[in-house]
Ligand binder design. Structure first.
Ligand code: NI
Length: 264
């Protein structure tokens, strides 16, 4: 079994709008102050031995543009304040006939940092993801190791004055659609702002954050430990809400280094 993902970009223009030949920028093309969205479609199954294809990506593009985009356009026009999470089951139902039982998940990216995902196996649950940024400095130093061993293990990350990173963090939060879980995007942002960003942003983690302070038995502020503590803090807040569960938290230390806790 394999999974094929295809991202389809499109623009919703007031008064309709058609045309556009640049699928990478979105079809239909942007007109005036249109809205730009992405819908990522995941299909699962075995490829056709003759073609090597699981699904022809042109069929995914056609399905989204002919069946999905009108649903989004109608919601934008008639119900602009509606919770977009509720549209995902309708989108899945619209895409199922052309794409068949291999249709596995939809990820609706409303902004570059905000997305809603639904698996067709669990159509009453959506996963909200919002990305945040914070800057912090740290020093990697294990008190159980000698100074020489610390330098060998951590290299320049062991320099006494520390160094900084521009971190990114993305919680993935499961929210029930039926009954609707009690978490709006604004509430998720407020919780992360108060309990993660306010806790870590513009701090020296070893010196300013007790959980990473070696003098208080704190953990080494590796990206692994940061991701786990962020998950525990956020889950401790959000899992108490009805129909809400933090699935995981991903922390990027650099563009090339990230940790997700718990792993999925
Ligand atoms: Ni570092």
């Amino acid at each position: 079994m394999l999974a094929l993902r295809r991202t389809v970009r499109f623009n919703i223009n007031s008064g309709g709008g058609a045309g556009g030949t640049n699928g990478a920028a979105g079809v239909p093309a942007m007109t005036g102050f249109g809205r730009h969205y992405e819908l990522e479609v995941t299909c699962r199954g075995e490829p056709d031995p003759a073609t090597g294809y699981l699904v022809d990506i042109k069929a995914i593009d056609d399905a989204v543009r002919s069946r999905g985009v009108p649903l989004v356009a109608r919601a934008c026009q008639d119900e602009p304040g509606r919770d977009p999470a509720g549209l995902l089951p309708e989108l899945a139902a619209a895409l199922r006939p052309p794409l068949g039982p291999g249709l596995h998940a939809l990820c609706f990216r409303l902004t570059p940092t905000w997305s809603i995902t639904m698996s067709t196996e669990t159509p009453t649950v959506v996963v909200l993801r919002q990305r945040f940024e914070f800057a912090a400095s740290h020093r990697l130093h294990a008190p159980t190791l000698s100074d020489e061993e610390n330098r060998r293990v951590f290299g320049k990350c062991n320099n006494p004055a520390g160094h900084g990173h521009n971190y990114r963090i993305e919680p993935a939060v499961e929210v029930s659609l039926d009954p609707r879980g009690a978490l709006s995007p604004g509430e998720l942002e407020a919780e992360v702002e108060e309990h993660i960003i306010g806790w870590l942003d513009h701090r020296h983690l070893n010196a300013d954050v007790p959980e990473f302070d070696p003098g208080r038995g704190g953990l080494i502020p590796s990206v692994e430990n940061i991701a786990r503590l962020c998950y525990e803090r956020l889950a401790g807040r959000l899992d108490a809400r009805d129909g809400v569960r933090v699935r995981s938290v991903t922390v990027w230390e650099t563009d090339r280094t990230a940790c997700e806790y718990p792993a999925r």
